[in-house]
Design a protein around this ligand. Structure first.
Ligand SMILES: [Zn+2]
Length: 214
């Protein structure tokens, strides 16, 4: 009895290890196979979901940021308390920079941006809505005294990168100069007004003295 049992053991062991191996393989494959959401979400729902995944710290944006840093610009990133949470904020220059994906923000005349041939109406409505939102954000920022610089994704490809950084740097400095001049004008106006008020006050006092001395 014992001998028979012993004789079977190795075979059982092989079967067991094969079974174990198969289970492991199955589990590994199961766990590592990306399960698409196609069965759970409709086409529209999926793209709606995609659009909400903000491209924070995307590569071209980081490259632009670093290039600006090297040129001496100091900034904050993804500022949540400003309209549209701008990608790069330069408080000293009163300027914000948005890096826009050509597709999602419908870059006009861009080689990257093409409206899909299928579901065209849906996509058209979507990018139109994005554009309207962008415009609203710019209006709000400008109302708060910020200048807005837009950089398109396609302007940050290697061949165009340096030129784009030149353009952005020039715009930032121009905005800075404009804001400086504006605040200087405002300061001068305030000083002028104060001077006029003071003169009027003195004139009134003089008149009062003249009247009382009569
Ligand atoms: Zn583009």
């Amino acid at each position: 009895m014992q001998e028979v049992w012993r004789g079977r053991l190795p075979r059982l062991g092989v079967v067991n290890s094969i079974e174990l191996y198969c289970r492991k393989l199955f589990l590994t494959l199961y766990l590592h196979t990306p399960r698409t959401m196609a069965d759970r979400l409709s086409k529209e729902e999926r793209s709606e979901l995609m659009s909400h995944i903000r491209s924070v710290n995307t590569k071209p944006e980081v490259a632009l940021r670093r290039a600006l840093w090297r040129r001496g610009f100091r900034y904050r990133v993804n500022v949540k308390n400003l309209p549209g949470s701008p990608d790069i904020v330069l408080p000293k220059h009163r300027t914000v920079v948005f890096v826009h994906g050509c597709f999602w923000h419908a870059h006009k005349g861009c080689k990257i941006y093409h409206l899909p041939q299928t579901n065209t109406e849906f996509w058209l409505a979507k990018v139109t809505r994005n554009q309207e939102r962008d415009q609203e954000v710019w209006r709000q920022l400008e109302a708060k005294g910020w200048s807005v610089v837009i950089v398109w994704e396609c302007e940050l490809v290697k061949a165009k990168f340096d030129g784009t950084v030149d353009r952005v740097a020039a715009e930032i400095l121009a905005n800075s100069e404009m804001h400086r001049r504006h605040s200087e004008e405002r300061r001068e106006e305030r000083a002028k007004r104060r001077k006029e008020q003071k003169a009027a006050r003195e004139r009134r006092q003089e008149l009062m003295q003249e009247i009382s001395s009569l």
